[in-house]
Design a protein around this ligand. Structure first.
Ligand SMILES: Nc1ncnc2c1ncn2[C@@H]1O[C@H](COP(=O)(O)OP(=O)(O)OP(=O)(O)O)[C@@H](O)[C@H]1O
Length: 303
C-alpha cells in the first residue's frame, strides 16, 4: 500500500535544543494514525514539519508520494489541518470565515459540504465568532480543515473543548471520511484513550524519540487484564497470596488488590480458586497504562 506520510531519519534541532531525533515512521493511505506523547514530546514539531512550516535539520519527509523540499503549495492544497488553538476574526460569522477560506481555495462555499458537516456537529455557523465557546471555535476549525476535501487530514489535539456527544459525532464523521473517501488521518493527542476509539495504529513519542509503534488491537496480549480483587479475609494479601510474584507492581488500596495479569491470567485464576473472593473485576489495560509500562521499563533499564 502507498504511504501518505513517510518520515526517514527525521531530526529537528532548535539551535542546540532538541526538537525531535531520528524519527522513522510510515502512515499508509487511508489509515487513521494516532500520535501520542506528553507535553514537550515533539508532536507539534513533527506536525509543523509535515505542514512545511518548518524544515527538518536532517532526514527526508514524503507526503502523498512526494518529497517535501522547499515550497510545495500544490501539496499543501491536498492536506487539511486542525490546529490545537484556533484564532479567527471575531466580528465575522462562522459562515463568513468559511466563505473567506473557500474563496482562498478557489471554491464556492455552497459547493462544499460545509453545511452537512455543520449539521452533524450541531454548529450554528450564522453567529458571530466573538460569541463562540471553545467548542464552537473547534467546530469552525473542523469544518475549515475539511472544506477542500483533503486527502490527508492532520489533527492537533482535536477534541479539547468538545463535549462527549459532539466528540462522538466528530469521530463518526472522521470514520466516514476514512471509509467513504479513503482519507488518511494523522491525529495527535495526549488524551490516550481517544486513539483507542479511532485509530488503527499508534506511535508513542517521548523526549523527541519514537518509543513504540503498534497496532491498537495488538497493544495487549489476549489474556492481559487489570484485576481488582477484594478477598473475604481482610487486610493486605499481596505477599501472603503470592500476588507480588504474579505482578511486581501489584498494589493494595482500601481493601482492594490491584494487579496486571500480563501472560499469567491462568496463574491468577489458580490462586483465586483456593481463596475466598468477595469481589473481582477484570478489564483490559488502557493505553495510558501500557504507556506507563514503557516508562517503567525504561526507568528500570536506566537504573
Ligand atoms: N520554536 C522553538 N524553539 C526552541 N525549542 C522549541 C521550539 N519549539 C519546540 N521546541 C522544543 O522542542 C521540544 C518538542 O516540543 P513540541 O512543542 O514539539 O512538543 P509537543 O509534543 O507538541 O508538546 P505540547 O503537547 O506541549 O505541544 C520541546 O523540548 C520544546 O521545548
Amino acid at each position: 500500500m502507498k504511504s501518505a506520510i513517510e518520515l526517514v531519519h527525521v531530526t529537528k534541532r532548535y539551535g542546540t535544543a532538541r526538537g525531535v531525533t531520528d524519527l522513522n515512521l510510515s502512515v499508509a493511505q487511508g489509515e487513521v494514525f494516532g500520535f501520542i506523547g506528553p507535553n514537550g514530546a515533539g508532536k507539534s514539531t513533527t506536525i509543523r514539519m509535515l505542514l512545511q512550516l518548518t524544515s527538518p535539520t536532517s532526514g527526508e519527509i514524503h507526503l502523498l508520494g512526494q518529497r517535501i523540499q522547499g515550497e510545495r503549495a500544490e501539496l499543501r492544497r491536498r492536506i487539511g489541518y486542525l490546529p490545537s488553538e484556533i484564532h479567527f476574526y471575531a466580528e465575522m460569522t462562522g459562515k463568513q470565515a468559511l466563505e473567506l477560506a473557500a474563496n482562498a481555495c478557489g471554491l464556492r462555499l455552497k459547493d462544499t459540504k460545509a453545511s452537512d458537516y455543520a449539521e452533524r456537529l450541531q454548529w450554528d455557523m450564522d453567529r458571530k465568532i466573538k460569541s463562540y465557546s471553545l467548542g464552537n471555535r473547534k467546530k469552525l476549525g473542523i469544518v475549515l480543515s475539511l472544506l477542500h476535501q483533503p486527502e490527508l487530514l492532520i489533527l492537533d489535539e482535536p477534541t479539547s473543548g468538545l463535549d462527549p456527544l459532539i466528540q462522538h459525532e466528530f469521530f463518526e464523521l472522521l470514520s466516514d471520511l476514512k471509509r467513504k473517501q479513503g482519507m488518511t488521518i494523522f491525529f495527535s493527542t495526549h488524551v490516550l484513550s481517544e486513539v483507542e476509539k479511532l485509530c488503527e495504529r499508534v506511535a508513542f513519542i517521548r523526549e523527541g524519540e519514537l518509543v513504540r509503534i503498534s497496532d491498537v488491537d495488538s497493544l495487549t496480549a489476549p489474556g492481559d487484564h487489570i484485576a481488582a480483587i477484594r478477598f473475604a479475609e481482610e487486610g493486605n494479601k499481596l505477599e501472603a497470596y503470592g500476588l507480588l510474584q504474579l505482578d511486581p507492581n501489584a498494589a493494595y488500596e482500601n481493601g482492594v488488590h490491584h494487579l496486571r495479569t500480563g501472560s499469567r491470567l491462568q496463574e491468577l485464576l489458580t490462586v483465586l480458586a483456593e481463596k475466598k473472593v468477595r469481589e473481582i473485576t477484570l478489564r483490559k489495560p488502557t493505553i495510558e497504562e501500557l504507556f506507563m509500562d514503557d516508562y517503567r521499563e525504561e526507568r528500570r533499564a536506566d537504573q
